[in-house]
Design a protein around this ligand. Structure first.
Ligand code: SAM
Length: 254
């Protein structure tokens, strides 16, 4: 799959691609990230990509022309690779919040064009004409779309086959089955913090796989019900909760 990133700050992407488990996905090109520096498509000698907003106000607006040229160059490059034009995703606080379900569907797709906004944002006419989907990281405002783009690329890259050391590990992550993850423990067996002994839950030391799986599932259900009760309802409606899950939730919520 490929991501074509339109950005004013391509230099932010290189360090990220050379570290951690996801590095494998970038090196073997299972996730091919192509950077398209927006200033390369600017019309004038000042390489200007923004201008004042009609109607006044303090911020600058990203111009349609350089964005249009960048997108045309990307689509020509995609066509040369035998690809139909990939969907254009704009990062915006007004977009739909990014979810693991969307990440999973993108991970199985041919990729997307990722458009990183800056300043006040992008001229609405470009959005109306070319953007297929607007994605938000959350209800706060960042200075640009680069961190959201890196977030999305990371979340998709770790789902590619061969990226995580244990292929099953992402299936146990939060949201994979609609619930939050259970707690994890490692050595030592007992840890003294501020004079209080904190042992690892006994069941995890038992070697009894069925009991461990049951404990982990109940922890997931309990943590999700306590912290994000709306996720329990979504999981229930999508059929992800078993009868045993429902039984546990009933006793837990009493
Ligand atoms: N004027 C915009 C507003 O109030 O919604 C904020 C623009 S912000 C300073 C510049 C760019 O950062 C946006 O165009 C968008 O690409 C990106 N951005 C900021 N916050 C974001 C968020 N929560 N999710 C996704 N992208 C965001």
């Amino acid at each position: 799959m490929r991501f074509d990133v339109i950005t004013l700050f391509p230099e932010l992407f290189a360090p990220f691609q050379s570290v951690g488990v996801t590095r494998r996905a970038f090196e073997n090109k299972s996730v091919d990230v192509r950077l398209w520096p927006l200033r390369d498509f600017a019309e004038d000698t000042y390489r200007r990509v923004d201008d004042r907003a009609y109607g006044g106000g303090p911020g600058m607006v990203m111009l349609v022309e350089p964005l249009g040229k960048a997108l045309a160059a990307i689509q020509a490059d995609q066509a040369a690779q035998g690809l139909s034009p990939l969907p254009v995703v704009l990062f915006s606080p007004a977009g739909k919040p990014l979810t693991q379900a969307r990440v999973q569907s993108l991970a199985q797709s041919a990729g997307a064009v990722l458009l990183c906004g800056r300043y006040e944002g992008i001229d609405q006419r470009f959005i109306d004409a070319h953007v297929d989907e607007e994605v938000s990281l959350g209800d706060y405002v960042l200075s640009g779309g680069e961190l959201p783009a890196l977030t999305l690329i990371d979340a998709v890259a770790r789902l590619q086959p061969g990226v995580l050391n244990d292929a099953a590990s992402h299936q146990q992550d939060s949201f994979s089955d609609g619930l939050l993850d259970c707690p994890h423990y490692s050595r030592p067996e007992v840890l003294a913090i501020n004079g209080v002994d904190r042992p690892v839950p006994e069941v995890l030391m038992s070697g009894h796989h069925a009991h461990i799986a049951k404990w982990r599932r109940e922890q997931q259900l309990a943590i999700t019900a306590r912290r994000r009760p709306e996720l329990i309802e979504i999981a229930r409606q999508s059929g992800a909760l078993s009868k045993e899950d429902e039984r546990f939730l009933k006793t837990f919520l009493l």
